[in-house]
Design a protein around this ligand. Structure first.
Ligand code: UDP
Length: 345
């Protein structure tokens, strides 16, 4: 079986562009899934990282021992202000946020308070310390139901759930900071992050994402995988998503550090897979049965989200190293087999 990528190896092969100088980054949400793996890549590439996280949804075990850790909450302005003053970073990578569509439909305010008000506190702290660059973990959920796929960055923004709306609101706020205060924001609009490195993987509680749930069913930790709706206007009736390897997402952040890079970039492979197709590939990769259970549609789910990442390719020089869904699932499967109960084990 092919091993999950060693990040050292991944970095050597996909070396950041030579014009990127070594810098110090404050990583908010660096104990979470995408933040921890981006920190791992940053440190492997020789950058410095300082991690800021409240550990509400992140994991102590995912913290990289090479990076100083500051425990704090973005909803507490004094905590992020103090962290910014202590770290004095060259740039911020901002991952700390709630990120579940379903939860956001149930409690929109939770999302606006954490993702938007927390983001404003972060921006205030940056301005107080003269930090100009921010690479913001945004999402394709900012577009809502797109008029066409593959989706380019100029599509209308019509979020269909409070999660996407909260990310779009912070993009708008940061864009005004660009226009009025010389902040240099980069909005990385992720499609579906998945996969793992040798050390770090995906562990949410509750876990709502498709791939970890499929793998938990393969491990026998879950009885089956619910398939949320098979009456969508797609070839097999289930929702289509663009699954992108976490190492490729992390690499885009490093490329976006380059001076002069700002604006929005979609990050996906440009290929869509339905829920049923993902389950079928997971059966092949794991060699396990993976029972499914049909379930009603999940509110807020758009039927089809597929990226055009041409702009990221042209302007960032971004080229995913692991675009193949089998490889993504193999890496995720290797991590889940080693960590069947997530980091808690
Ligand atoms: N999904 C599913 N069963 C699950 C989890 C997800 O059918 O247990 C579907 C979900 O409705 C969506 C797709 O899988 O159509 C991807 O969902 P996920 O939560 O992984 O990512 P999202 O696209 O919501 O960010």
């Amino acid at each position: 079986m092919q091993q999950a990528p060693s990040v050292k190896w991944a970095c050597r092969r996909a070396a950041p562009a030579p014009r990127i100088q070594l810098v110090k980054i404050l990583v908010t949400g660096g104990a979470g899934y995408i933040g921890s793996i981006t920190s791992e890549l940053l440190l492997d590439a020789g950058h410095e990282a300082v991690i800021f996280d409240n550990l509400e949804r992140g994991h102590v075990e995912a913290l990289d021992p090479r990076a100083p850790f500051i425990r704090g909450d973005l909803r507490r302005p004094e905590q992020i202000a103090e962290a910014m003053a202590r770290a004095k970073p060259d740039a911020v990578m901002h991952f700390a946020a709630y990120a579940l569509v379903g939860e956001s439909m149930q409690d929109p305010q939770l999302y606006f308070r954490n993702n938007v008000a927390g983001g404003i506190n972060l921006l205030d702290a940056m301005r107080a310390e003269n930090v100009r660059k921010i690479i913001f973990s945004s999402t394709c959920a900012t577009y809502g139901i797109p008029d066409r796929v593959p989706m380019t960055e100029d599509l209308p923004m019509r979020p269909a759930n409070p999660y996407g709306e909260s990310k779009l609101m912070l993009e708008t706020i940061l864009d005004w900071a660009r226009r009025r205060h010389d902040i240099e924001p980069v909005f990385l609009r992720y499609f579906n992050a998945c996969g793992a490195t040798e050390k770090l993987g995906e562990d949410h509680d509750p876990e709502t994402h498709l791939i970890p749930n499929v793998l938990k069913a393969a491990l026998g930790i879950k009885d089956n995988v619910p398939v949320f709706g098979d009456d969508y206007d797609t070839p097999d009736g289930t929702c289509i998503r663009d699954y992108i390897h976490i190492v490729d997402l992390a690499q885009a952040h490093i490329l976006a550090l380059r001076d002069g890079v700002s604006g929005a970039f979609n990050l996906g492979n440009g290929e869509g897979f339905s829920v049923k197709q993902v389950i079928e590939v997971a059966r092949e990769v794991t060699g396990r049965p993976i029972p499914v259970q049909m379930a009603p549609r999940r509110p807020g789910d758009p039927p089809r989200l597929v990226a055009s990442a041409r702009k990221a390719a042209d302007r960032l020089g971004w080229k995913p190293k692991y675009p193949d869904l089998h490889t993504i699932l193999r890496h995720a499967w290797a991590w889940h087999q080693k960590h069947p109960s997530g980091y808690a084990a």
